[in-house]
Design a protein around this ligand. Structure first.
Ligand code: E4P
Length: 222
């Protein structure tokens, strides 16, 4: 399962990109709005930092507007992916853009049948929202599992991108449920690496090394 960051913040992106494990970025209008920067310039900057797919969402609600915005966004960088919502207009836009050879991430997916529609419209990614389903007492990870199973049975190429991730447990469960990609906030990405026993282990190894360093240094120098 590939690991994406769900943010438009350049500092957050640079920090995680430096680890060498960042496969791509997803943004949405709420995340871009927080950065108070020109949308196109920001996406182009992100696309320079991360060589993997970077999703940028259309804001029009009619098919013609989405197609116009999508065609424009697709020219911003070679690794940009156009994001369209899972509405009838979004499906129409996805279908047209995909036929043009533009990669589309169909977002705001909350059911298996919606995911099937996105796939039929030629989506490159479909993004089921795990956390927002959990928030209303539905099973977000169960949805990832069902869509992944359906795509496998039907030999559908559209990639399942688990989105709206709230915690590290979601990441493990999304991977086990068959997600191709998981996108997560910066805070959750940092939680993936952190373990108190790792910190304690590094601390005790270094303390032991400091105590022994004269003797081990002498041996190593021989
Ligand atoms: C996905 O591409 C979305 O940007 C995102 O995961 C939404 O998550 P939220 O429910 O935390 O807003």
């Amino acid at each position: 399962m590939l690991l994406f960051l769900d943010t438009a913040n350049l500092d957050e992106i640079r920090e995680i990109a430096a680890w060498g494990v960042l496969d791509g970025i997803t943004t949405n209008p709420s995340l871009v709005g927080k950065e108070k920067q020109d949308f196109k310039k920001l996406v182009q900057e992100i696309c320079k930092i991360v060589s993997g797919p970077v999703s940028a969402e259309v804001v029009a609600t009619d098919p013609e507007g989405m197609i116009r915005e999508g065609r424009d966004i697709a020219k911003w960088a070679p690794n940009v992916i156009v994001k369209c919502p899972l509405t009838p207009a979004g499906l129409q836009a996805c279908s047209t853009l995909s036929k043009d050879g533009i990669k589309v991430n169909v977002t705001l997916c909350f059911s298996t049948n919606q995911a099937l529609l996105a796939a039929r419209a030629g989506a490159y990614f479909v993004s089921p929202f795990v956390g927002r389903l959990d928030d209303i007492n539905q099973d977000g990870i169960g949805l990832i599992e069902e869509i992944s199973a359906m795509f496998a049975v039907q030999s559908i190429d559209t990639k399942v991108l688990a989105a709206s991730i709230r915690n590290p447990v979601h990441i493990t469960k999304a991977a086990l449920a068959g997600a191709d990609i998981c996108t997560m906030p910066h805070k959750v990405f940092k939680q993936l690496v952190s373990h108190p026993l790792t910190d304690k282990g590094v601390e005790s190894f270094l303390a032991d090394w400091a105590k022994a360093k004269d003797s081990v240094g002498a041996i190593a120098a021989k």
